[in-house]
Ligand binder design. Structure first.
Ligand code: PMP
Length: 528
């Protein structure tokens, strides 16, 4: 038992119990770079190599000295951390710097406006809210145009400059009124009825199968994992999930979702019915590399099909770079490496440098609605501390011609080569190594049919990845976890400081795991 576990546990005791069952409920006393120091019962500190990397928030490692120095400087200098409703020059600078890098990486010049928030899920919810505000405003503008067109049609009929052909009544299934009565009145009533029906439909939000976008009331409905989503289905926005790698499915979505609003027009002295495309789509959310879904990268073809769908449908793309971004794959935006362009970007995790809680939603100018600033805010968002830390993180990523991005690519390649060596030696145990840069996944073959009771039982209970993580921690002083929704896949998301010796230690540890699995030797698992 850890020193802190004495007494009644009231902070998520059930979760702690689950962690304990795989020997994962250890306490850490200190952290530096890629290393966490585990505190044992006797007060001793044992170094543990951290491959979980705060699940992606530690691209520069734990307590990076320059980030810590900046934090101290801010606090010692009595920086006003909370000064809501004032000029925020640090937030302006951070937004400008993000734009500068995004423009460089995507080859565009269009500004992206920034809404700051605190967590990843919050940035996603801000994007979803903004997209819906934009859609509702576009719909309102469209309905106003339709109303103005109806007035023009009425005036033309009244003045005798336009006639109403029978075909228009027939098309809408309404009787033509008797001579002398207003020929437009029943048409307009039917038009209003149909338009009201279409415009009151809920928006279509799309997300990829396997995707993860947070666990708040709105964002959890865009997260594919049913366990997280289903109990709260009646609370939030509804998503339609589309498979990766199936462009036909996207075409189907486009066909099935298409809807139009009807407008009257005057052409060649006649009243005509004009169809206007109704803005049905709220947004399409996607991760360039699915993190919690098992480190599943989009292929450049997937990206092309998604971009084509967005262009054809007008559906805004919300690119969730919360886990994949901030340098992890060798660029600020890993989507830029796929040629994917977002209408929105969400960044979080490493934006806070491992010490601040910060996230940002960015929306491109063509979609941007200034009103959003008056209806969305948070007490803690855009605070001086997190903005200054975010600026420091960007400075460190960009320093020496982007050395940190290069390190992520190079260290990632070295790590991937080690994982691949283990896979090649144990093809019967390891299914696949996936990912890019310092966002790698190592998938084991399904062990639910294993003859060893402990291994097979853990797999059948969905705990296989956690048992392996427990052994890596207790047997090899290596910290990692399975991804949240694909528990046979271990994630490797260390910092750019990852050393060759650490990679070597991991290779030895994974080799040991594979031998245990191959031999069904659960007695050799060290879980506490
Ligand atoms: N999106 C992605 C891609 C994520 O990986 C996560 C966190 N794992 C989130 C959103 C949610 O972020 P947070 O936990 O900060 O709310």
């Amino acid at each position: 038992m850890n020193p802190e576990s004495a007494g009644v546990e009231l902070a998520e005791p059930h979760l702690r119990g689950l962690l304990a069952s795989a020997g994962l409920d250890v306490a850490y006393a200190r952290a530096e770079g890629n290393v966490l120091y585990r505190q044992d019962d006797d007060g001793r500190e044992t170094p543990v190599i951290d491959f979980a990397g705060g699940y992606g928030s530690l691209i520069l490692g734990h307590n990076h000295p320059e980030i810590v120095a900046r934090a101290k400087e801010l606090l010692d200098g009595q920086a006003p951390i909370h000064a809501q409703f004032s000029a925020h020059p640090y937030a302006t600078r951070l937004a400008a710097e993000l734009n500068r890098i995004i423009h460089r990486e995507t080859g565009t010049e269009e500004p992206y406006y920034a809404t700051f928030a605190n967590t990843g899920a919050e940035a996603i919810e801000a994007a979803v809210k903004h997209a819906e505000l934009d859609r509702v405003l576009r719909q309102t503008e469209l309905l106003a145009e339709i109303e103005a067109a109806a007035k023009e049609a009425e005036a033309a009929v009244r003045e005798g400059t336009a006639a109403v052909p029978d075909a228009v009544h027939a098309r809408l299934g309404v009787e033509r009124p008797a001579a002398g009565e207003d020929p437009l009145a029943p048409l307009l009533a039917e038009l209003d009825r149909r338009n009201a029906l279409v415009s009151s439909r809920p928006p279509v939000f799309l997300a990829l199968e396997g995707g993860f976008h947070g666990k708040l009331m709105g964002s959890v409905q865009l997260t594919h994992n049913e366990g997280y989503r289903a109990p709260f289905a009646s609370l939030g926005v509804h998503a339609r999930f589309v498979p990766r790698g199936r462009p036909d499915a996207l075409k189907e979505v486009l066909e099935e979702s298409r809807a139009s609003l009807l407008q009257l027009g005057v052409e060649g002295g006649e009243i005509r019915l004009v169809e206007r495309a109704h803005p049905v789509f709220g947004a399409f959310l996607l991760e360039p590399i699915q993190g919690e879904g098992g480190i599943q990268p989009l292929t450049p073809e997937d990206a092309r099909h998604i971009q084509e769908f967005a262009d054809a449908s007008g559906c805004p793309l919300v690119i969730d770079e919360i886990q994949s971004g901030m340098g992890r794959t060798g660029a600020l935006l890993s989507s830029s490496q796929l040629g994917l362009r977002g209408d929105y970007y969400a960044l979080a995790k490493s934006l806070g440098g491992g010490i601040a809680k910060a996230s940002v939603m960015l929306v491109r100018e063509a979609r941007y609605r200034a009103q959003f600033e008056l209806v969305h805010s948070s007490t803690f968002a855009k605070d001086a501390f997190s903005c200054h830390i975010g600026l420091k993180v960007l400075e460190l990523l960009e320093a020496d011609n982007g050395r940190a991005y290069q390190q992520a690519t190079e260290r990632g390649a070295a790590l991937e080569a080690a994982l691949e060596r283990v896979r090649a030696a144990f093809p019967d145990v390891v299914e696949e190594v996936r990912g890019r840069g310092l966002m790698l996944g190592f998938e084991f073959r399904d062990q639910s049919g294993a003859s060893n009771e402990v291994i097979g039982g853990a797999a059948r209970g969905g705990l296989f990845g956690y048992v392996i993580a427990g052994h890596l921690l207790n047997g090899h002083a290596i910290r990692t976890f399975p991804t949240a929704s694909a528990v046979n896949t271990l994630r490797f998301e260390p910092s750019v400081l990852l050393g060759d010796d650490e990679i070597e230690r991991l290779e030895t540890a994974l080799t040991d795991v594979c031998v245990i699995l191959r031999e069904g030797a659960s007695d050799r698992l060290v879980l506490g």
